[in-house]
Design a protein around this ligand. Structure first.
Ligand code: NAP
Length: 181
């Protein structure tokens, strides 16, 4: 028996994020979450948005970025679901609305105070992961570096994310949409 599985208290956890883009801090949260849950559903929130400065990447691009990063990190993909979910206008029913897309789950995983509150109000347990150098690993910071032409953003994301952003010409996309955002 895997000794770590003894600690796993929950059957399925949900970790929502916009992942614009998925970075090394998010990867640490995934590793941390897998110590507590048998299966982890990574919910790609705001799935309807792309091609803006705050949400540059499509849900499809984010799915591939996350899956390739997890592979690269030797994470067991048989314990992972990656599920895109569009936003809705009613925060009060969002946690229940997730059940349309995500198989039955027993715990929400988030540091975002609104998300924590919505999970709790819907009756779910919540796990709050530690900060993994939050001031360093931040999607907002990474996007700002891309806009500024600072190539150091690559050291804050898994190699797979850097590679995929190059493939889709993602930095050029962000810089071009600034004017229209
Ligand atoms: P995010 O910024 O991509 O972050 C995802 C999670 O990772 C957050 O809990 C975040 O905590 C954590 N994280 C980021 N960097 C970290 C680090 N270095 N170390 C540890 N943790 C780190 O996404 P989010 O804003 O939380 O995404 C929530 C999604 O749910 C959005 O798409 C939102 O639209 C959706 N949502 C929708 C509704 C609705 O439709 N009505 C309601 C609620 C939520 P931090 O908070 O510290 O960044």
């Amino acid at each position: 028996m895997d000794p770590e599985s003894i600690e796993r208290k929950y059957r399925r956890g949900v970790f929502p994020g916009r992942f614009q883009p998925f970075h090394l801090g998010h990867l640490e949260v995934v590793k941390w979450a897998l110590k507590h849950v048998e299966e982890l559903a990574i919910v790609i929130g705001t799935a309807q948005e792309s091609h803006t400065v705050v949400n540059p990447f499509t849900a499809g691009e984010r799915i591939i970025m996350i899956r390739e990063s997890l592979k690269e990190g030797n994470i067991d993909l048989s314990r992972i679901l990656i599920i895109p979910v569009p936003d809705i206008l009613m925060n009060s029913v969002w946690a229940s609305y997730l059940r349309l897309f995500v198989p039955e789950f027993d715990v929400g995983i988030s540091r975002n105070p609104l998300v924590v509150r919505l999970f709790k109000e819907a009756g779910y347990s919540v796990l709050v992961p530690p900060s993994f150098e939050r001031n360093k690993y931040s999607s907002t910071r990474i996007r700002k570096m891309m806009i500024a032409g600072d190539d150091a953003w690559r050291s804050y994301v898994p190699n797979a994310v850097s590679r995929i952003i190059d493939m889709i010409d993602g930095v050029k996309r962000i810089r071009e949409v600034i004017g229209g955002d």
